[in-house]
Design a protein around this ligand. Structure first.
Ligand code: NAP
Length: 293
């Protein structure tokens, strides 16, 4: 297949580009300055570049707290840009895979969210991502939206990297224990996404997230434990569990947004590996990085 990846320099996008190449597909991944999703004239160059079987959009405005004060910038990249992209795809006959988030939900369901559950975002980031979903699904590009959650990967800033860095620096750590979600390792998500494309899926929404639900606190403890094991560091792992009320942020966070990924499983797509296995790989990559830097 011929695949065009937008946001290929990002944490997820980099792994999508690698996985696509590994499987022998042809991939193009322009840099942000060469294909700017917020510039209609830039997106309008798509028909002159192709043809592509699939366009994969991994670009997004992902700064959840900053979005509260930069709503226009977040909407430009998360809602309007995907609309231009979906329109360009519809024109050229390319299908579009657009990545979205568990933060389109309010977190009040108390059970894992399926693709049929109604959205109800509670912060600007989630609102703009929800608008992006609606825009791509209504543009006639036979689009699929892949919702995922709590991403971490070897090639980007992410929660477990920040926690590990702080632990290595000897800082005292407090992490929220009453928000629950589905940590998702970007190389595993990239594999599931390409598995999905290779099945020529029906238009619509698909959930693709890691196989275990946990709190940020549990995720932090397991990430640092993996890193301590990878580096044979025997210092204590002392991370205080705190309630959300003790960690105020500009954006409200949903309480529980575990994603039910059974629809992918029903299509024969293998589940993602366990969080501990992914964290062991992640920690090994970080340990190598710190030895060589
Ligand atoms: N991170 C998470 O925990 C999380 C959770 C759930 C869902 N998601 C979703 O997963 C997807 C990937 O997230 P990520 O964390 O991998 O993102 P990321 O690392 O922040 O990468 C964002 C990418 O977008 C590119 N980009 C920024 N502005 C652009 C523009 N105007 N035009 C074209 N490209 C532009 C960036 O390029 P430059 O760096 O060159 O600007 C970068 O390649 C997003 O849709 C996000 O909403 C993320």
């Amino acid at each position: 297949m011929r695949i065009f990846v937008v946001g290929g320099s990002g944490m997820l996008g980099g792994d999508v580009v690698s996985e696509t190449r590994r499987r022998g597909h042809y991939v193009e991944a322009p840099v942000h300055s060469d294909f700017d999703l917020t510039e209609p004239e830039s997106v309008a160059t798509l028909p002159g570049r192709g043809p592509y079987d699939w366009v994969v959009n991994c670009a997004a405005y992902t700064a959840v707290d900053r979005a509260e004060s930069e709503a226009d910038a977040a909407a430009a990249l998360n809602a309007l840009g995907p609309r231009y992209l979906a329109m360009a795809c519809a024109l050229t006959g390319s299908r579009l895979l657009h990545v979205s988030t568990d933060y389109v939900f309010d977190g009040a369901k108390g059970l894992p969210y399926t693709e049929e559950d109604p959205t109800n975002p509670i912060q600007v980031y989630g609102l703009t991502k929800r608008d992006g979903e609606e825009n791509v699904l209504s543009a006639g590009a036979r689009a699929v939206v892949v919702r995922t959650a709590w991403l971490y990967g070897p090639h980007g800033r992410c929660f477990p990297r920040s926690i590990i860095d702080a632990w290595v620096a000897g800082k005292s750590l407090r992490v929220v224990a009453d928000q629950v979600g589905s940590p998702t390792y970007t190389p595993e998500l990239a594999r599931s996404m390409i598995d999905l494309l290779e099945r020529n899926p029906a238009e619509g929404i698909y959930h693709a997230a890691g196989p275990e639900a946990m709190s940020w606190h549990e995720f932090a403890v397991r990430a640092v434990t993996a890193y301590a094991t990878a580096t044979a560091d025997e210092r204590p792992i002392d991370i205080a569990a705190i309630p959300t009320a003790e960690w105020p942020t500009p954006a409200k966070r949903p309480r529980e947004t575990v994603l039910d990924s059974r629809m992918l499983a029903s299509m024969g797509i293998p589940p993602m590996e366990s969080v501990d296995l992914s964290l062991a790989k992640f920690a090994a990559a970080l340990a190598t990085e710190s030895r060589t830097s």
